[in-house]
Design a protein. Structure first.
Length: 203
């Protein structure tokens, strides 16, 4: 398997399937494309990815694009990336999908930039996104008892790892968004997994 990814400091979409693949323990090769290089990025990505976007997974003679589709494929190939219980699995998929298609203000106003530490006041739009994320996390943690959203680590946690990185980078205060401390603790735990630390070490 070959996973084509973008610059580790910025590419939140690449981080998600990379974490899932790393989690499986399966060997894979990584092809890194420098993003935001005006002259070369687009052409380089297109050499590997027909959508012109990273991440892309090459396996079984095909190229699979889109972070969520790649994670779904990995879950078909390797056990344990989604919860075993069908209801938990549905909730995990709903959480990952919500992240995949939502939180536009947080994504726009607080782009992932590993290593950045600042304190940025939240706009009303970002606060709305963060409130929803905190409520979603607390609801799932209530149900599962943690330490991850559905108990054991799953693709849902991969999808929220870049969110945790944004919370850290921009010093976003989860308490004013309804957190009782558990969302903050979960966010910090995501940034301590061996898989994320391995990504960070190479960013
Ligand atoms: N929905 C896609 C989004 C992928 C995406 O937007 N990737 C960005 C990098 S994070 C990209 O390839 N941008 C092209 C560029 O920077 O030239 C996914 O989930 O994989």
């Amino acid at each position: 398997m070959e996973l084509v990814i973008g610059t580790k400091r910025w590419s939140t979409w690449s981080l998600r399937p990379w974490l899932a693949l790393k989690h499986t323990g399966a060997p894979f090769t990584e092809t890194l494309i420098a993003l935001r290089e005006v002259e070369t990025s687009t052409a380089e990505i297109r050499k590997h990815s027909p959508s012109g976007l990273v991440p892309a997974l090459k396996d079984a003679g095909v190229v699979i694009v889109d972070s969520l589709a790649i994670c779904e494929y990995l879950a078909e190939r390797f056990p344990g990336l989604w919860p075993a219980d069908p209801v938990d699995r549905a909730l995990a998929r709903a959480a990952a999908s919500e992240m995949h298609s939502g939180y536009g203000a947080l994504r726009r106003e607080c782009p992932m930039e590993l290593g950045l530490r600042t304190v940025q006041p939240m706009s009303p739009e970002v606060e709305k996104d963060v409130r929803r994320i905190v409520a979603l996390w607390l609801g799932l943690l209530d149900r599962s008892g943690g330490p991850f959203l559905l108990g054991g680590w799953s693709i849902a946690d991969a999808f929220f790892t870049p969110v945790a990185s944004r919370f850290e980078s921009y010093g976003l205060d989860l308490k004013i968004c309804g957190d009782d401390g558990r969302a903050q603790a979960y966010s910090e735990a995501l940034l301590q997994t061996p898989e994320y630390l391995a990504w960070l070490a190479d960013a």
